[in-house]
Structures are given as C-alpha cells and as structure tokens.
Design a protein around this ligand. Structure first.
Ligand code: TRP
Length: 451
C-alpha cells in the first residue's frame, strides 16, 4: 500500500512539472529555432545539453527547493545570504516572459478562429500571417483575450480544473501531433526536410547554435527562473529525485521533437528547402502548418482541433507563469491575491502591447533584425537566464557544495547514477559555458561581434 501511494505521488509531481514545462516553448519555439540554426545539428547539440547541463541544473533547482522548502527568493537567501539577489533576478524573468508569451497565445486564438470559421485556405497564403501580425486592432484584441482569460483563471484560482482538463488534452495533443507529422512526411519533398531535421552536419555548427540551444533549454524546461525550485519545495521527501528529473526531461524533449517533426519536413516540402523559409523565426508555425492543413482532407477540422490543443498547452503554461508572478508580489508586498492579480494583469497588458505591435506600428523599434518580441525573448533567455544559472552553479558548486544536492538526492538510500557527471557539470562545464555564452550574446547584441 505504502509503495503504491509513493508511486502515484511521484507521477503527480512529474506531471505537474511537465505541465509547466510543456507549452509554446515546445510546439512553437523549438521548431523555429531548430529550422533556423541548422536542423540536425541543433537537435544534436540540444540533446547533448539536455542530458548533461539541463539535467544538472534541474536536479540542483529541485533539490534546493526540496531541501529548503522555500520558493526562489527565500531559498537562495536561506542557502547563503549573499545570494539573495539571485532570487530576485530569477523573479524578474517570468515578468518579461509572460507578456510576450500572451502575444503568441493571442496568435494561437486567431488561428483557432480562422480554422473554426473555415478560413484554412486563406491562412495557407504566404502573406496571411504577416498581414495579421502587422495590424493593430486584431493582434491587440486576441492578445487581450488570451491574457484576460489567463488572469481570470488566476483570479478565481480554478487551476485545479484547468489542470484536470489539460491532463486529458495533452495526450490528445501528442496523438494528433504524431498523426499530423506522419501526414506531413508523406508530402512530396518532405524527405529532404526529415534528413535536414535529424542528420547533424558539421558545416552547420556555429557558436550561435549552442547559444540558441541553451536558451531554448532554459525556456522549455522552465529552468533558471525559480519555477523548479518552487516545484521542488512541494515534492515529497521520499520520492526519487534523479528519476523524476529524467522523466520530466524525456517528456519535454519528446514533445519538442515531435513538434519539429510536424513543422520542419513540411517547410521543406512547401518551400523546396529554401533557407529564407527555414529562417522565418517566430512566425514559422503560423506560416507552415496552415499549408499542411490546407493540403489535407478535412483540413479546417484538423486545424481547429490542433489549435484548440495548442491553446490549452499555452494556457496552462501562461497560468502558471502568471501564478508565479502573483505569488511573488503577494508574498513580498503582502498584497491580497486579488489585488496582486489585478495589478499584474494591468502591468502585463501594458508591457505586452509593445511586442504585440512590434510587427506593425512599432516596427521601427528593433535591434538589427530583432523585433520587440525577439528582444524580450533574447534578454530573458540569452542574458538573464544564463546569469541566473551561473549564480546557481556557483552557489551549488562552491558555496554549499554539490554534496548538498547529492545528499538530497540520496536521502532515502537511492543511488545517484549520474553523480560524477553532475559534479563536473555543475562546477566546471556549466559555469565556463555560461560565461562564454553570456559574453558572446552581449557582444552579438551590441553588434560588436557576430558569430
Ligand atoms: N516552459 C514553458 C514552455 O515550454 C515556458 C515557460 C518558461 C514557463 N518558464 C515558465 C511556463 C514558467 C510556466 C512557468 O512553453
């Protein structure tokens, strides 16, 4: 009996953490980065980073949370007073991500409405997305609907219900994605795309591939922003830390891989492997998938179902992002839940207007080819998250020592199989990589040096 209880608790923990991890990052962000930064080369770099770096950082964060029983701001301070500021830094990251995440959420609603009303054929047109995103009223309205709904859920605190629904929706999403991927692979010319996506080529390898892959790893696994610390603080002491982390990782990576499989071979098929089409960036999912749906029988129905499911994945992640921000404000400033929700909502709408209009009236604000949305994404994922991760590595590697995490992972006499890997990665490999990445992404952003 006892064992059974533990088992289901662990599954519960893994699903909750995976629920936070799986979102637009997997379905929208991973495929466009993989297409842009070398296909199979990106995939290989991402996988290597996931099992070494991602694993070490996630187990460190969850262990910090479980050991201290606190969320980020308190946990860093509890381990070492001098590291209290890192907790605050971690808290800023979701504040930047949430508004632009909701802009993309709005795009998903727009596509849902389009397919639902039978407009799939129009959406398959090359200019459809660009014309929509460059508008003013429409992107704003959809962004507002998405963020208002998220805020409503956080206000009423009905996340339990949403969680239940998403446990049904997520498996359906996986099945439907597999189906669309298989269909996409049968399109003429998709085979070359498949090869591009899974076969690494040394010639495509650049330092940027590593930077993009690492940023994506943070984003996709909700790392380096205190989320996993909070989840760890809710984890039962008797559950196995190492195997939980492995399961979360496999789950998250598998869904990202599948999403790439639905999108990248299809981009190839429809563009004849054109580099410009592959480098489309944030709009990739919205430009390619409608073409696939359009070429399918019952494309409007399948498109509708697909975007409903993506919307759910996006909503559950947006809700937990907003929850995080609301709880930071209510804990630190003593605001009531309702007051914090309202203020966070107003601020997020105000901030979100910028990335939302960055493709249209505000498109004069850009750094190089980066729009406001790209800039916010870049600052949070390629600058703040590496800084936060760097301090976490220093804290664990040299201040409290890796033994603290190892003890936490083996407190019930479990074996820590990747123990040596963990120590080397957290003390040496990660800090060195993070410093290099930080320097190069800052230089790159300033346009001093482009890799
Ligand atoms: N991991 C989420 C995704 O893949 C995005 C995300 C980053 C997130 N940090 C988060 C979600 C914190 C919830 C909470 O889409």
């Amino acid at each position: 009996m006892e064992k059974r209880g533990n088992f289901s608790n662990k599954i519960g923990f893994v699903l909750a953490a995976a629920g936070s991890a799986v979102g637009l990052g997997n379905i929208w962000r991973f495929p466009y980065l993989a297409a842009k930064y070398g296909g199979g080369t990106f995939l290989l770099v991402y996988l290597i980073l996931a099992v070494t770096f991602g694993f070490s950082l996630m187990i460190a964060e969850i262990a910090i949370g479980r050991k201290t029983g606190l969320s980020a701001i308190g946990a860093f301070k509890a381990l070492d007073k001098r590291f209290g500021a890192v907790g605050y830094l971690a808290a800023i990251i979701p504040i930047i991500i949430f508004p632009y995440y909701s802009v993309i959420g709005g795009w998903v609603i727009k596509y849902l409405v389009t397919f639902c009303s039978g407009g799939g054929m129009a959406a398959a047109n090359d200019n459809y997305f660009g014309t929509f995103a460059a508008g003013t009223a429409e992107p704003l309205i959809y962004f507002f609907i998405f963020i208002a709904f998220t805020a409503l859920v956080v206000w009423f605190g009905v996340e339990k219900g949403i969680e239940k629904v998403s446990k049904v929706m997520m498996p359906i999403l996986v099945v439907l994605t597999i189906f669309i991927a298989i269909y996409g692979l049968t399109i003429d010319g998709a085979k070359d795309g498949l090869i591009y996506y899974i076969k690494p080529r040394l010639s495509d390898f650049t330092f940027k591939t590593v930077i993009a892959a690492m940023g994506q790893l943070f984003y996709s696994m909700s790392l380096a922003m205190g989320i996993m610390i909070t989840y760890g603080s809710y984890m039962k002491k008797e559950n196995n830390l190492e195997s939980s982390v492995r399961q979360i990782e496999i789950f998250d990576t598998a869904i990202a891989f599948l999403a790439g499989l639905t999108i990248i071979p299809a981009v190839f098929a429809f563009s004849g492997g054109d580099k410009a089409a592959l480098g489309k960036g944030p709009s990739l999912m919205f430009v390619t998938l409608p073409k696939v749906f359009d070429s399918m029988p019952f494309g409007n129905v399948i498109g509708t179902v697909f975007f409903v499911l993506v919307l759910f994945a996006a909503l559950t992640s947006a809700i937990s992002l907003m929850e995080t921000i609301v709880s930071i404000f209510s804990d630190k400033l003593g605001w009531s839940r309702h007051k914090a929700t309202l203020i966070v909502f107003i601020c997020a709408v105000a901030i979100g207007v910028l990335p939302c209009l960055g493709f249209g009236v505000l498109d004069f604000i850009h750094i190089g080819a980066m729009t406001i949305l790209d800039i916010m994404d870049f600052v949070s994922n390629s600058i703040l998250m590496p800084i936060c991760a760097l301090f976490t590595c220093i804290l664990i590697g040299f201040v409290v020592k890796p033994k603290a995490v190892i003890d936490e992972a083996t407190r019930n006499g479990e074996k820590f199989k990747s123990r040596n890997l963990f120590v080397v990665v957290i003390k040496w490999v990660s800090p060195i990589c993070l410093v290099l990445i930080l320097i190069s992404s800052i230089l790159d952003a300033l346009g001093i040096f482009t890799i």
